[in-house]
Design a protein around this ligand. Structure first.
Ligand code: ATP
Length: 259
């Protein structure tokens, strides 16, 4: 069974169809990418998967459960986590606190115990801190855990977003432009990290990415959106030579010129 099955989903904003009847099936354990020119509907698509928008039409099954229209926090608790195109960290919190926030869906103490600062709460807190530090160590940021998020270099902020997404022990992680704004060294490090998420942690990874070198190197399956419609799908070799994809990126007539 696929981990994620989004079937025929559509989202319109006023007169604009941002995502048009798109189907995406993600098998467990793959690294997949969704690509397409600016405004193609990629982020809107992610926003429907993660509950930020409800699709106007279509079905989304995650791990066998129907989730279209489910709240983002509930979807996160089911094991689908994401990072954002525009980094969304709590700037004035420390690196460690940012990861602890990501774990809130998993704390198992009732609200009244938190108010009363009961021993059970302290135990949970210690456990949560240990786990958060483990995630930070995994992305290489444990030594910076007491720094404010806003003071981290850009590449570290993106890694912190990944650590926070990992804090919920997800099954599926959606990365929206994980290397945007990175220099080549940071991009190489991020590529290695994304591979390890799958190879070491067994996660399923779906990314939106504009860096074609990264997409082609890392993805087993690539889906291409253009004006909200899926125009191609397949492995890197298939996508690279698809005339509709070349046209979408380079304009009409480009496919012939590129051949
Ligand atoms: N909340 C919204 N209200 C109105 N229009 C929107 C909204 N969100 C997205 N759109 C429009 O939907 C279309 C798809 O946008 P989306 O951000 O999903 O594209 P994208 O492929 O992620 O683009 P980029 O690569 O530039 O991030 C665009 O025309 C965009 O202007």
């Amino acid at each position: 069974m696929a981990l994620l099955e989004a079937t025929n989903i559509t989202k319109t904003f006023g007169g604009l169809t941002a995502v048009n009847d798109v189907t995406l099936i993600i098998e467990k354990g793959v690294i997949a990418s969704v690509i397409g020119p600016n405004g193609a509907g990629k982020t809107t698509f992610f926003n429907m998967l993660t509950g930020i928008y409800k699709p106007d039409k279509g079905a989304i099954l995650f791990d066998g459960k129907s989730i279209a229209g489910t709240r983002p926090d509930q979807i996160a608790a089911l094991g689908m986590r994401r990072t954002f195109q525009n980094i969304r960290l709590f700037d004035n919190m420390t690196v460690l606190e940012n990861v602890l926030v990501g774990m809130h869906t998993r704390l198992h103490v009732p609200f009244w115990q938190i108010i009363a600062s009961a021993p059970g709460v302290r135990r949970e807190e210690t456990k949560a801190r240990d786990e958060a530090r483990e995630r930070l160590a995994y992305v290489g940021l444990d030594a910076k855990r007491e720094e404010l998020a806003k003071n981290l270099p850009y590449g570290d902020q993106r890694r912190l977003e990944i650590a926070r997404a990992l804090a919920g022990d997800p099954k599926l992680i959606l990365l929206d432009e994980p290397t945007a704004g990175m220099n080549p060294q940071e991009t190489d490090a991020a590529t290695g990290l994304i591979r390890r998420l799958r190879d070491d942690l067994g996660l399923t990874v779906v990314l939106i990415e504009h860096d074609m070198r990264l997409v082609m190197a890392i993805s087993e399956r690539i889906s291409v959106l253009d004006y909200g419609t899926k125009i191609a799908e397949g492995d890197a070799h298939t996508i690279r030579s698809n005339p509709r994809v070349i046209e979408a990126y380079l304009g009409k007539g480009a496919a012939g010129a590129a051949a």
